[in-house]
Design a protein around this ligand. Structure first.
Ligand SMILES: *[C@@H]1O[C@H](CO)[C@@H](O)[C@H](O)[C@H]1NC(C)=O
Ligand SMILES: *[C@@H]1O[C@H](CO)[C@@H](O)[C@H](O)[C@H]1NC(C)=O
Ligand SMILES: *[C@@H]1O[C@H](CO)[C@@H](O)[C@H](O)[C@H]1NC(C)=O
Ligand SMILES: *[C@@H]1O[C@H](CO)[C@@H](O)[C@H](O)[C@H]1NC(C)=O
Ligand SMILES: *[C@@H]1O[C@H](CO)[C@@H](O)[C@H](O)[C@H]1NC(C)=O
Ligand SMILES: *[C@@H]1O[C@H](CO)[C@@H](O)[C@H](O)[C@H]1NC(C)=O
Ligand SMILES: *[C@@H]1O[C@H](CO)[C@@H](O)[C@H](O)[C@H]1NC(C)=O
Length: 922
C-alpha cells in the first residue's frame, strides 16, 4: 500500500520533471552567437546558434587545426591588431540578471602560431585579459550581471600579441533573483570556479540539465594546480533520487546528485582562482544524499587557512536543509580570497561521518565602471546615424579605448575632447548633441553634406578649433562664437551662410576663414582689417584677457548656483531667527479644538486632537507627554524652531507650538486620511483597502520624506520611530511622514540620557538595540518592516498570524520568501491585482533593509529607486514578455539567512553566516 503510493509519487515526479524539461527547451532570451559562422544551426544540446553577422567589423575565417568538432568552434571572427575596440551589442531585458559567456578557440586560424593576447570588456568595464596558451584549448570567460539598460556591449581591444578574435558569445537570462547580491549595482560577478564534485565523468554539466546553461565543471578534469591535494579517504557518491533544488541559485539536480565524502574525516582541495586575489562571492551547495542511520551524524566545518573566524560555523546538512535530498546553500556574499585557494572541510569531534560536498561556486567582484562622462550624449548622437559605419563602433565612447573618431581626456571619468567626422557623408543639420559635449576642444565636421544653421556652441566653452567648411550650412554665423574664450581657429568657408560676420569675431585673435559663402559679408561697422584671416593681434590681447577672466568667474558662479540649487529644502543651519516657528496661545488652541474635544490619535509622544483655526486651516494639535520637561519657554522654542525649518512635501508640515500651563504642544497640518496603519488592517482596511500600486506610491512618498531627513537636512535627522502609524495620508491619499525630530525632544527632554533606545517593538533595528549606536540604517530597518507590511497586510508583531514560535513579520516573511513562497505572504486583500515581478522587487528590497547589520542595508535612495522600478512595472511599462518571464514557477530567493532576530533573541554562537566577513548563507 505504502510502496504503491511511493511509486505513484515517484511517477508523478517524473511526469513533472519531464514537462518541466519540455518547457525549458525554449527558454526565451538565450542568445548564442557562432562568431564567424555562416548559417543557423541547432547543436546536439538543443541550443540554437546564429552567425554573428550583426557586427560589421572584423573578418571571419575557419580555424586551421584542432581536435574540436563542434560547429560553433569551426570558425572565428578576428580583428586587426590596432588601437581600436570592436564591440558586439546585445539586446537585454532591463532589470534581469544574465550570464554572459565568451569563448575563444585559437586553432591557429591565421596560420601564424602566434598566440593572441588581448582584452575583453563589458561596456566600459574591463572584464578580463584573454591569454591563449594552447591552440587547441578553449578559453572561456563568464560574467553574471544585472542588466540596467536595454543593451550591453562586449568589446575586444588592446591586442598585445597576435590578433584579437572570438569563437562564441552566449547570453543566458536567469529568472527571479538568482545571483542577486547587495552589490550588483556596483559590481559584476566574474565567474572563477563552478565545480561539480563527485562527477560521473569528465564532461561538464550544462544545458539542458541546467536550464540556465551554466557550465558545471567536473571535478575529474585535472588541470595544472587545479583541484589538487585531495585528502586520502575521499569517496565519490551519487544517487538517482530526486533532489529538491528549487531555491537560491537553483543548481541543477544532476549536479546535486553526486558528491564527495571525506571518509577519514576531511575533504581538502587546492585550486587556482582566476582573477583573484580579491573580493568574491563564494557559495557551497550541499544535499545529504547518503542514507544515514538515525544514530549517525554528519557535522563539519569549513577551514580556510588564515581565516580562523570562519571555522566556527558547523554545517549539518540534514538539519540545515530540513531533510535529506534537499539543497542547503551557505556561503559568503563578500569574502577576500587568494589566487591559490586551499580549503578543507573537517568533521566535528562529535560527528560520526565525514564531510560531504556536492558543488561550489566562486566568483570575483568586478567593479563596474561608471563609463565616460559624455556616454549618454554620445549614445544619443550615434543613434541618429545607425546606418553609418562610424556610428556602429559600439560600447562606451571613451572606455576602455575611444571610438576611432573621438578623443577623450584621461580623467578617471573621461570626457570627449575631440570629435573628427570629416568627410563622413553626414546629412541633415549639425547634431545638437555636439553642443552638449561640455569639454569639447576640437570639432571637425568639414566635407559633409550638412545643412541648416550653425547651432549655439556656448555650452562648449573649451572649444579651440571648429571645422565646418565644405558643407551646405545656412543662416548666419552666430556672433556667440566670439564668446568662446579659447577659440583659435574657425573654418566655415564654402557653405551657404548669409548675413554679416560680427565684429566680435572679426576683432577676435583667431584664424577665421569664411570665403565661399556668397551671402556672408564682413560687418559694416566691423573689423579694423579688411581681411579674412586675422592673426596675432597683440594690442587686443590684454583686453581679451580681461574679458576671459570675467566670463570665467561668471561661469563659475553660475555653476556653483546650479550645483546647490537641487539640494532640496532648508538646511537646518540657516539662521533660526528668520524662520522661528509660530507661537500659538493656549486659548487659541482651545478655541480651535473646541477645548480638545475631538481626539484623533495618541501614542508617538503624545495625544493628538483635531482643530480648525479661525482662518479655516485644519490642524492637528499634539500635546506632548512628559509635561513640563522644558524649563524655559526659550529652550522649547529653540528645539521646535528646528522642526519648523524642515519642509518637504512628504513630511507632515509643522505649523507652530504652544507652551503654557505646563503643557508642551505642537501644531501640525491636519491629515485627512489618517494613518497608513488604519488602511492596512482593521475595519477601514476591510471596507476600502488600498491597491498594490497605491501601496507602492505610498512607499515611494514616505521613502522620499525619510531620504530628505537623512540627506537633505544638516545635521541629518534620524527618525528612530518609523512605523505605519507614523505615515499619514492627506486628502489626496498622499503619504507624509510624521513625528520626525521628536525623539530628540523626547529623549533629551525626559532624561538627558541619550543612550536610551527609542523605537517600537517590531520595527526596532536589532543592531541598534544591541549596540545603542544610532545611524540612518536604523530607519532603513524600520522601513523594511513597513514594506513587508505593505506586501502582506500583516502587523509587524502578531501573536496569532505568523504561526508557532514566530511573532515577528521579519522572521515570518523571510521564511516564506526563502522557501520560494512569496504568494504565502501577499495580502489576500490584493486579490490578483499586482504584478508578481514588482512584488518580488519590493520583497527582495525589504529583506535587504532588514539585514541584521546596518552596513549591509541599502540607503534610502537605493530603496526609492527600487520602488520606482516596481511602480513602472506595475503601471505596465514593462512589456508582456517581462510578465511572462515572471509568471508561472517563480524562482525564489533568500538574500540572507542571518537570523536577524535570533541575533537579538539569544546570543547563540555565531554560525558560519555571521562571521565578520559578512557572508550571506541561504
Ligand atoms: C537565423 O535565425 C534568426 C532567428 O533566430 C533569423 O532572424 C535569421 O534570419 C536566420 N538566418 C539565417 C541565415 O537563416
Ligand atoms: C570554411 O570552411 C567551409 C566549409 O568547410 C568553406 O565552405 C568555406 O569556404 C571556408 N571559409 C574560408 C574563409 O576558408
Ligand atoms: C583537444 O586537445 C587538448 C590538448 O591539446 C585538450 O585539452 C582538449 O580537451 C581536446 N579537445 C577535445 C574536444 O578533445
Ligand atoms: C593592454 O594590455 C597590456 C598587457 O596586457 C597592459 O599592460 C595594458 O595596461 C593594457 N592597456 C590598456 C589600455 O588596457
Ligand atoms: C583513511 O582511512 C583508512 C581506513 O579507514 C585507512 O586505511 C587510511 O590509512 C586512512 N588514511 C589516512 C590518510 O588517514
Ligand atoms: C556617401 O554616400 C554616397 C551615396 O549615399 C555613397 O555613394 C558614398 O560612397 C558615400 N561615401 C562615403 C565616404 O561613405
Ligand atoms: C580659405 O578657404 C579657401 C577655400 O577653402 C581657400 O582657398 C583659402 O586658401 C583659405 N584661406 C586661407 C588663408 O587658408
Amino acid at each position: 500500500m505504502e510502496t504503491d503510493l511511493f511509486f505513484f509519487l515517484l511517477l508523478l515526479f517524473f511526469v513533472l520533471v519531464l514537462s518541466f524539461d519540455l518547457t525549458t527547451a525554449q527558454i526565451p532570451g538565450f542568445i548564442s552567437f557562432d562568431c564567424g559562422g555562416q548559417s543557423n544551426f541547432t547543436d546536439n544540446l538543443g541550443l540554437d546558434w546564429t552567425p554573428d553577422s550583426q557586427i560589421i567589423y572584423g573578418i571571419t575565417t575557419n580555424i586551421s587545426v584542432t581536435n574540436e568538432t563542434r560547429q560553433q568552434y569551426q570558425t572565428v571572427r578576428y580583428f586587426p591588431a590596432d588601437n581600436r575596440k570592436y564591440c558586439y551589442t546585445l539586446d537585454v531585458k532591463s532589470r534581469t540578471r544574465y550570464l554572459i559567456r565568451a569563448t575563444f578557440l585559437y586553432g591557429n586560424f591565421d596560420n601564424n602560431n602566434v598566440y593572441p593576447k588581448f582584452d575583453i570588456s563589458m561596456g566600459p568595464t574591463r572584464w578580463a585579459t584573454i591569454v591563449i596558451s594552447d591552440a587547441n584549448v578553449i578559453e572561456s570567460q563568464e560574467l553574471i550581471f544585472l542588466a540596467s539598460e536595454p543593451t550591453v556591449s562586449v568589446c575586444l581591444s588592446n591586442a598585445t600579441t597576435g590578433q584579437p578574435f572570438i569563437s562564441t558569445l552566449e547570453l543566458r537570462p536567469f529568472n527571479g533573483s538568482i545571483y542577486l547580491t547587495p552589490f550588483e549595482n556596483q559590481f559584476f560577478l566574474g565567474v572563477s570556479a563552478r565545480i561539480n564534485f563527485g562527477a560521473e565523468n569528465e564532461d561538464p554539466i550544462r544545458y539542458p540539465d541546467d536550464p540556465f546553461d551554466r557550465i558545471w565543471e567536473s571535478d575529474l578534469v585535472k588541470k595544472a594546480n587545479y583541484l589538487v591535494d585531495v585528502a586520502a579517504g575521499t569517496d565519490r557518491i551519487s544517487t538517482n533520487l530526486p533532489i529538491d533544488t528549487r531555491k537560491d541559485e537553483q543548481p541543477p539536480e544532476k549536479v546535486m546528485q553526486t558528491a564527495v565524502v571525506g571518509r577519514n574525516g576531511t575533504l581538502t582541495y587546492r585550486m587556482n582562482l582566476d582573477g583573484f586575489p580579491g573580493y568574491g562571492w563564494a557559495y557551497t551547495y550541499f544535499a545529504e544524499i547518503e542514507d544515514l542511520d538515525p544514530t549517525e551524524t554528519r557535522k563539519f566545518r569549513l577551514v580556510l587557512p588564515g581565516a580562523p573566524e570562519l571555522t566556527k560555523a558547523v554545517v549539518n546538512i540534514q538539519e540545515n536543509a530540513q531533510g535529506t535530498h534537499r539543497l542547503y546553500e551557505p556561503g559568503f556574499e563578500n569574502i577576500s580570497l587568494p589566487f591559490v585557494l586551499s580549503f578543507k572541510f573537517g568533521k566535528t569531534y562529535d560527528s560520526t561521518q565525514g564531510p560531504l560536498v556536492n558543488a561550489i561556486e566562486i566568483s570575483r567582484y568586478l567593479k563596474i565602471s561608471d563609463g565616460s562622462f559624455d556616454g549618454a550624449v554620445a549614445a544619443s548622437l550615434v543613434s541618429g546615424y545607425m546606418s553609418l559605419d562610424w556610428a556602429q563602433e559600439g560600447g562606451d565612447p571613451c572606455l576602455p579605448v575611444a571610438w576611432s573618431w573621438v578623443e577623450c581626456s584621461s580623467d578617471s571619468e573621461p570626457k570627449i575632447i575631440s570629435v573628427k567626422l570629416s568627410g563622413k557623408n553626414l546629412t541633415g543639420s549639425i547634431p545638437s548633441e555636439l553642443t552638449k559635449l561640455t569639454s569639447l576642444e576640437q570639432l571637425w565636421l568639414d566635407g559633409n553634406a550638412l545643412t541648416g544653421p550653425i547651432p549655439d556652441f556656448t555650452g562648449c566653452p573649451n572649444l579651440k578649433i571648429i571645422h565646418l567648411e565644405n558643407n551646405q550650412l545656412s543662416g548666419d554665423l552666430p556672433s556667440s562664437l566670439a564668446d568662446l574664450p579659447n577659440l583659435s581657429q574657425l573654418y566655415v568657408q564654402n557653405n551657404l551662410l548669409t548675413g554679416e560676420v560680427s565684429s566680435g569675431l572679426l576683432n577676435k585673435n583667431i584664424v577665421l576663414n569664411y570665403t565661399g559663402n556668397a551671402g556672408l559679408n564682413k560687418g559694416s561697422n566691423g573689423g579694423r582689417r579688411n581681411r579674412n584671416i586675422i592673426i596675432g593681434v597683440v594690442i587686443g590681447a590684454s583686453a581679451l584677457f580681461l574679458g576671459f577672466l570675467t566670463s570665467c568667474l561668471l561661469l563659475r558662479k553660475r555653476k556653483k548656483y546650479s550645483k546647490t540649487e537641487p539640494k532640496r529644502g532648508m538646511p537646518v543651519t540657516t539662521n533660526a531667527a528668520t524662520e522661528a516657528a509660530q507661537s500659538f496661545t493656549l486659548s487659541e488652541l482651545r478655541n480651535a479644538t473646541k477645548n480638545f474635544e475631538n481626539k484623533v490619535g495618541s501614542g508617538g509622544y503624545g495625544t493628538v486632537y483635531y482643530g480648525k483655526l479661525n482662518d479655516g486651516r485644519e490642524i492637528a494639535v499634539k500635546i506632548l507627554e512628559n509635561n513640563n520637561v522644558y524649563q524655559g519657554k526659550k529652550e522649547f522654542a529653540n528645539e521646535v524652531s528646528l522642526l519648523s525649518r524642515i519642509h518637504h512635501r512628504n513630511l507632515v508640515q509643522f505649523l507652530g507650538f504652544c507652551q503654557e500651563e505646563g503643557k508642551d504642544i505642537l501644531v501640525y497640518e491636519f491629515m485627512h486620511n489618517g494613518t497608513l496603519k488604519e488602511h492596512l488592517y482593521g475595519p477601514l482596511a476591510r471596507e476600502r483597502g488600498i491597491k498594490w500600486l497605491k501601496r507602492l506610491e505610498i512607499a515611494e512618498e514616505s521613502a522620499k520624506g525619510i531620504e530628505y531627513l537623512h540627506t537633505g537636512c544638516v545635521p541629518s535627522i534620524i527618525h528612530r520611530d518609523l512605523k505605519t502609524s507614523n505615515i499619514l495620508l492627506d486628502k489626496n491619499m498622499r503619504a507624509k511622514v510624521s513625528d520626525f525630530g521628536l525623539s530628540k525632544l523626547a529623549i533629551d527632554g525626559t532624561s538627558h540620557v541619550s543612550s536610551i533606545v527609542r523605537g517600537t517593538v517590531g520595527y526596532l533595528d536589532p543592531e541598534y538595540y544591541i549596540s545603542n549606536r544610532l545611524t540612518d540604517k536604523t530607519d532603513i530597518y524600520s522601513f523594511g518592516v513597513i514594506l513587508l507590511e505593505l506586501i502582506s497586510g500583516q502587523e509587524a508583531i502578531s501573536n496569532v498570524n505568523f504561526g508557532i514560535n514566530c511573532r515577528n513579520i521579519v522572521q515570518w516573511a523571510k521564511m516564506h520568501i526563502e522557501n520560494g513562497d512569496i504568494q504565502g505572504i501577499i495580502d489576500p486583500a490584493l486579490g490578483n491585482e499586482y504584478d508578481i515581478q514588482s512584488m518580488w522587487k519590493i520583497a527582495e528590497k525589504a529583506l535587504m533593509c532588514v539585514q541584521p547589520h546596518g552596513n549591509m542595508r541599502p540607503s534610502m535612495s537605493e530603496v526609492i529607486k527600487e520602488i520606482q522600478d516596481a511602480i513602472l512595472i506595475e503601471k505596465g511599462v514593462e512589456t508582456a514578455a517581462a510578465r511572462e518571464r515572471s509568471s508561472g514557477e517563480v524562482s525564489r530567493h533568500s538574500i540572507l539567512n542571518m537570523g536577524s532576530l535570533d541575533l537579538m533573541a539569544n546570543g547563540q554562537d555565531l554560525s558560519i553566516d555571521e562571521s565578520f566577513t559578512r557572508p550571506g548563507a541561504r
